[in-house]
Write a protein that binds this ligand. Structure first.
Ligand code: ATP
Length: 349
């Protein structure tokens, strides 16, 4: 198992251009699948291309296990990096059979070893027996699994996945993600998945690195990034957020939603922002509520609904997620309580 370590990575496309990567640090422990998550244009593809060796960084170092891939005076060519790449859609060679696609990086093996390895890889991605098919005879999901098999066949130390599920419809995507994750786990490969899809990052990866302005704003487990976001921007980027002003005193904050316990002690009396998730808010009987308000809007999503409530005395409304259908209509009065702990971010409100 091989650690990937990135330190101080910087890149601008040309002299005088704005920095795309601005001193980015990231550690991916061996055998871990890390998602690099960020808005469009934040530098995800640039990062992936530098790791792969297709693009040179202006500064910084990348090491994979014992090997320096790039650093001051060092630039290992892509073919010597032992990195497998799963690109976006359409990545298979259309004129080669599935077996030949998977065998593409196995030139160093003799014929029988190559055939054995191809068989193992097709097994791994659940497509044993598909070796003689041509790529156009596969579904989109099957094509992506073959692309993974091809990337894994030469036993790379690192696998880079560049938005590999983009072209798949949402029903298929969930299954293919799970298959890809299981195949990566089975090989123990370290992997970096680039995505702008929050659900994909949270549901697929062991670690989520949220990138903003060319730096990692937070790198932690999906649960940690979601429940304990590093700041209000990360909170809003990885999911729906409820952000209210509050005055914290140690592990409790006074807010317009009542007293809220904090996961991170504030250390004395401080003003700041209190972050919650909509599923932490509950609609209740006004008699037993921490706050009162009026329902403004209801959005139904099938498995749950989002109820927007204007809280008495608060300027901005808050969102409350309820399972199934919403129990109230716009215009109804409601009580509100908070469940669980919030994250506190000191600073001007
Ligand atoms: P997306 O999610 O939209 O693919 P991204 O996070 O992958 O975005 P990059 O493709 O790395 O972002 O691009 C980061 C920034 O660098 C963008 O502002 C982009 O316009 C710019 N950029 C990318 N490639 C080049 C290039 N070859 N020359 C000049 N600017 C570039």
């Amino acid at each position: 198992m091989t650690d990937l370590k990135i330190r101080g990575l910087a890149k601008a496309y040309g002299p005088g251009a704005a920095a795309v990567l601005d001193g980015l640090d990231l550690t991916v422990p061996g055998g871990t699948l890390a998602a690099v998550l960020g808005p469009s244009g934040c530098g995800k593809t640039t990062l992936l291309r530098i790791i792969a060796g297709f693009l040179r960084a202006d500064a910084g170092t990348i090491t994979l296990g014992e090997h320096t891939l790039c650093g001051p005076g060092v630039h290992l060519p892509p073919e010597r990096r032992r990195i497998g790449i799963v690109p976006q859609e359409g990545a298979l060679f259309p004129h080669l059979s599935v077996a030949r696609n998977v065998a593409f990086g196995l030139a160093g093996l003799d014929r029988s070893a190559r055939r054995r390895r191809v068989g193992e890889m097709l097994d791994l991605v659940g497509l044993a027996g598909y070796g003689d098919r041509m790529p156009h005879e596969l579904s989109g999901g099957q094509q992506q699994r073959i692309a993974l098999a091809r990337a894994l066949a030469p036993q790379p130390q690192l696998v880079l996945l560049d938005e590999p599920f983009n072209a798949l419809d949402s029903a298929l995507r969930t299954g293919v993600r799970a298959d890809v994750r299981a195949a990566l786990r089975a090989t123990g490969a370290t992997a970096v998945l680039v995505t702008h899809d929050q659900q994909e990052a949270l549901s697929t990866a062991d670690l989520v690195a949220v990138v903003r302005h060319g730096q990692v704003a937070q790198c932690a487990t999906p649960e940690e990034v979601y429940r304990r976001p590093a700041d209000p921007w990360v909170a809003g980027f990885v999911g729906d957020a409820v952000v209210v002003a509050g005055t914290a005193d140690q592990a409790v904050a006074e807010t317009p939603l009542g007293r809220v316990p904090l996961a991170n002690a504030a250390g004395g009396l401080r003003e700041g922002l209190v972050l919650l998730r909509p599923e932490q808010l509950r609609l209740t009987d006004p008699a037993s509520a921490q706050a009162l308000g009026t329902v403004r809007e209801v959005r139904f999503y099938g498995h749950d609904a989002m109820v927007t409530v204007a809280i008495d005395g608060m300027t901005d409304p808050v969102d409350v997620r309820v399972p199934g259908a919403a129990p109230l209509n716009p215009g109804s009065r409601t009580g509100l309580t908070v469940a669980g702990e919030a994250t506190f971010h000191p600073g001007p409100v």
